[in-house]
Design a protein around this ligand. Sequence first.
Ligand code: FE2
Ligand code: FE2
Length: 193
Amino acid sequence: MTTAPTTEKPTNHQSNLGVIAGAATAGAAIGVLAMLGRKAAVQAPSALAANWVAALTAEHKAVLKIFDALEATESRNTTKRAILLAQLKHALAKHDVEEGNVVYPALREAGRTEEADHLTKDHGYVKQYLYELDNMPRDSAEFPAKLRKFRADLEKHMTEEETDLFPSLRAQLSDEKNKALAAAMNKEGFKVA
Ligand SMILES: [Fe+2]
Ligand SMILES: [Fe+2]
């Protein structure tokens, strides 16, 4: 008699993430966020703890899904905009703590101060955009334009991290150091989530 797959199998964690990613791709990001609840939604990508670059990349994708949902709103959807903006702020705050408290210091420790300072400066402007959006009437005609500029700048920052700076730092560090970095990063993120 064959045994039906149980929830105990080691790959289950990844399957769940696959389901989340698939649903998000289908444009159901908000439904998924609502289903999981705020904490679970932002913690899910951190489950990729073994590879900190993959974990941060997954968080980037989750953030862009919130942008997709925001961009799909119309000026009359003020409540939806407020909720999505709060989700965006929360996801980016967690991400900022993970990178700013652990990854960027590790980058400096590896002798790459200039790159770390450049990324830190970018994060300052992320907060600037969030501040400006927060202080803008939700039905403002400027809202979508500000959002588009924010996304463009943020995507540039994410691409630099994903394709260049993070993989090269990971390659520079020992397995043991990468493991410690991932653990420290998740610990920081968990405090905020
Ligand atoms: Fe960053
Ligand atoms: Fe990032």
